[in-house]
Every structure is written in C-alpha cells, then in structure tokens.
Design a protein around this ligand. Structure first.
Ligand code: FES
Length: 89
C-alpha cells in the first residue's frame, strides 16, 4: 500500500468526478466521501467498511466494471468506481 501524497487527481464515482489524493486507499476514501455507505444489499441494507482488511467483502464496488474490495485498492487516475446497489457484488 502506498501512502497518500500531496498529488491529487480525479476518479469517477457513480458517474461523477471526485478529487482524490494519490496513494489513498479507495475504501477509506469512499468511507469519507459517502459517509460510510458503500453499497446496498439485495434487501436494501446499507453496507460499508467492516473489517477493512479484505475478509468480509462488505466494501465490494465495481472498479472499471470488475467487482473488487475497496479496502484493498489504492486509487488510480481515471479509475471508474460504481457502488453496487441491490446485489452482493
Ligand atoms: S471492508 Fe471487509 S473486505 Fe473490505
């Protein structure tokens, strides 16, 4: 994992550009931006960071169309992140 630096760039989050800090953890970034709400379950229950270390899968989002755990991901320029709604991935 890379430590955040002073460099900033945009990623796309649910179709909108958001400014992030290079080297930042995506899960922590989304937790801050979305006030902890990373996705919804099929029954509509909100989910966010739980374990923070890749075990629970509660932080799964689509990154460039591929399901991935946000807590294990470092932000990258032009990353396209879509929060899952109503499904487990
Ligand atoms: S918060 Fe548990 S896998 Fe990411």
């Amino acid at each position: 994992m890379t430590a955040p630096t002073g460099e900033v760039f945009d990623i796309m989050l649910d179709g909108k550009p958001v400014r992030v800090r290079a080297g930042a953890n995506l899960g922590a970034t989304l937790h801050t931006l979305m006030q902890g709400h990373l996705r919804d379950t099929a029954s509509g229950q909100p989910r966010g960071l739980f374990c923070g270390m890749g075990v629970c899968f509660d932080c799964v989002v689509l990154i460039d169309g591929v399901p991935a755990r946000a807590c294990l991901t470092t932000v990258a320029p032009d990353m396209n992140v879509v929060r899952s709604a109503g499904r487990s991935s």
